[in-house]
Design a protein around this ligand. Structure first.
Ligand code: UFG
Length: 336
């Protein structure tokens, strides 16, 4: 759709980061004008297309955000900026309550003051904690077991209360395990010090690390290793564009939805799939469990499928791995 037909510009916070940069691409591919605010602590300016304005700064800077909302004709905000490393949140909880909860509070206040009508929030399956039942429905109890999950849940609560008091609606998407990279090679996961399984496995496959640790083989799962619901980052990004269109069409509604495929793979299944895609054998080393890892995390995605016209296009583990691998090779070239 041509840009001229869109009523406003979408502000993407954290648009230079992994998931945010894919949301920028999905929005641009759907014809939305986009502006990005990012402090570039973990993001990269090269991840942003040339026709997207980059405002360098912090979402907690209300004056900067206020100016940006006014100057760029912003009608909706997609909020990705924040800190995302679960173990770090345990040793430095105040960083998470500052960068996630307090920064979101400031951003939401600026949004309300400017009269912006729609807010899409990057939430997480970590809001559930250890599930009682799998697949997880949105109605499951939210009992985060780390400050990361709690910092995100607190933002969901703020949004719930704010939309009851102001002319704003929101959608919080609770992501399961996000992986892969833009199939056209325009962006991917680039931040150093990866902790996520598929990123680590493709780093091993490209020689950036020697082996992959398998964190525990005594979980209550068919092969004893942790089971997760891996979703392709571009499908996740597309879900945000559909959520935006839903919020515009239904201004009195707000919603919280899981974002996953509803299908789980174990650590060993993922590593076997990486071997098949790369035609290599990655070295696995059995290591102790990582603190706080649940056995099984799989989304019940019936709500998002019933609510949005979103349909996963890349629900295929080898494709997720192949796209992550292709991006890893692009990164390796870039860094040479
Ligand atoms: N794992 C390994 N070896 C590794 C890395 C991971 O065996 O080197 C295992 C983990 O123990 C887990 C699975 O692979 O069983 C997936 O681990 P990730 O680190 O890739 O992802 P998590 O499931 O821990 O984290 C995800 C999101 C977080 C979110 C969390 C909710 O990335 O943002 O789910 O529990 F908070």
């Amino acid at each position: 759709m041509p840009i001229e037909s869109k009523p406003f510009t979408v502000l993407v916070t954290g648009g230079a980061g992994y998931i945010g940069s894919h949301a920028v691409l999905s929005l641009r591919d759907a014809g939305w004008p986009v502006a990005v605010i990012d402090n570039l602590t973990t993001g990269f300016s090269w991840a942003i297309p040339d026709d997207v304005a980059l405002i360098e700064g912090d979402v907690s800077d209300m004056a900067l955000v206020g100016r940006t909302l006014a100057e760029h004709n912003i009608g909706a905000v997609m909020h990705f900026a924040g800190s995302i490393v679960v173990p770090e949140s345990v040793v430095d909880p105040l960083k998470y309550y500052r960068n996630n909860t307090a920064a979101s509070r400031a951003l939401i206040e600026a949004v309300v003051q400017a009269g912006v009508k729609h807010f899409i929030f990057s939430s997480t399956a970590a809001t559930y904690g250890i599930p009682e039942e799998v697949p997880l429905r949105e109605t499951a109890p939210t009992r985060p077991i780390n400050p990361y999950g709690m910092s995100k849940l607190m933002t969901e609560y703020m949004l719930r209360d704010v939309v009851a008091a102001h002319p704003l609606n929101f959608c919080a998407l609770r992501y399961f395990n996000v992986a892969g990279a833009d199939p056209q090679g325009r962006s991917g996961q680039s931040t150093a010090g990866a902790t996520h399984l598929i990123k680590i496995a493709v780093e091993a496959a490209t020689g950036k690390r020697g082996h992959v640790g398998v964190f525990g083989t005594d979980y209550d799962t068919p092969d004893g290793t942790g089971v997760r619901d891996y979703i392709h980052v571009s499908d996740l990004a597309d879900a945000h564009v559909h959520a935006l269109e839903y919020l515009i069409a239904n201004p009195a509604e707000s919603l919280i939805m899981n974002c996953g495929y509803g299908q789980g793979y174990s650590v060993l299944e993922v590593l076997d799939a990486v071997d098949r895609v790369t035609n290599m054998t990655i070295e696995r080393r059995i290591e102790p469990r990582r603190a706080g890892d649940p056995d099984l995390l799989v989304a019940d995605n019936s709500k998002i499928l019933a609510t949005l016209p979103w349909r996963p296009k890349r629900n295929d583990l080898p494709q997720i791995i192949g796209d992550a691998l292709a991006w890893e090779r692009i990164l390796a070239e870039r860094q040479r």
